[in-house]
Ligand binder design. Sequence first.
Ligand code: ADP
Ligand code: MG
Length: 432
Amino acid sequence: MTNPQPARSFHGLGIAPRLLEQIARLGFSEPTPIQQQAIPPAIDGKDVVGIAQTGTGKTLAFGIPTIQRLAQVKGRALIVLPTRELAQQVDEALLRVGRAIGLRTAVLIGGASMYGQIKQLTRSPHLVIATPGRLIDHLEQKRIRLGDIRILVLDEADRMLDMGFAPQLRRILAAVPPPAERQTMLFSATIPDAIMQIARNQMRLPVRIEVARSGTAAETVAQEVFVVPKQDKTRLLEKILLQTRGSVLVFMRTKHTAKRLTRLVKAMGHTAAELHANRTLSQRRAALDGFKQGIYRVLVATDIAARGIDVTGIELVVNYDLPSVAEAYVHRIGRTGRAGQVGKAISFVMPDQQRDLRQIERLIRMTLKVSRLPELPPARPKPAFEPQGRPRRSSFSPQSRGGYAGSFRQPQRTARFGRNRHRRRGRLHQRH
Ligand code: ADP
Ligand code: MG
């Protein structure tokens, strides 16, 4: 059900005056389409499935009704989502609206101290924001009970209900009251039919709001594809980075390749950080914060960063590797072009990945423009590191000799010495 009428303001959606005040203070004058359509039924206590493109304000579409209803229902709310970074971001977004009216939250995520989280729980938070693994840890240790959850939100709902999280979600759903005794809200830019079938058992006849069909990519993102052999990917990225001035988010399929590519990008002379599951929580936070602040122009990440992360002003998303599932494509490129801004996404497709490309095109219902491969900088000879094991980072320019390997295989071939050396440098770097 879509409403062609553009919304004028947040008034008339059933939002309480005190909350309207806070929303106005944030500088939001007009609700986005998903906010306009989802807030009224959600405030009425109905179950809601909300599908809208990336970057269109889904957080407040469930956040505002959740905060408002917490004042009316006896009990608490639980928001479950896939990553630590998203948990922290949603917490910040909701506190911006709710703090002034006394909202207390607890954020339960992996990698952070249990002690700090237990302390948050003793302050009887109204709202718990959690990733599944850590929430289950707390459940098992009986640090938290979910019997009084009256509002359950699954952000990035299709990811939460897919096979990867299914066993954990089952446990959580067994600990909260049954569907009839709670309000359930699911939000995402992609909810495949198969997932919707599963979700139905967990809801009471939900109101389905589909601002754009599931899988619709953000309209503000210009998409481009290069068909490129594996061995030329790095040099193509090098060329693209030289042509881009702003922040670039690069997606890799594995954490190991993310780590290696980060090293190569640094050797090209760019500031870069890595975000993947082999990093500690504080390293992950430093990478994302540094990227937001412009300390690092390039962030190399796995799909951990594909969903939800809201960094305004990312200029370009590069799919160095195509994602393993088509839905992830929509989420990845949705890290740019947020809140109506323009953005760009470039995907590297290897010659034998045409089928994957077709799958993505079917999902987004668009044919992607395949661009001609530009002339690439010459492959760089070894060594990846100077004899002393010091990567030549700052001296890199298209004219400069050597400095980085130019392909993925090279750094692997460097001696152990070189790698350890790099690790030491990495640690040193963080302390500064
Ligand atoms: P989604 O979850 O749909 O990907 P987010 O909730 O992360 O999107 O919101 C994307 C951005 O839009 C955020 O920076 C948020 O502050 C901003 N935003 C949300 N609602 C509005 C609004 N009504 N008007 C302007 N900007 C908004
Ligand atoms: Mg979101």
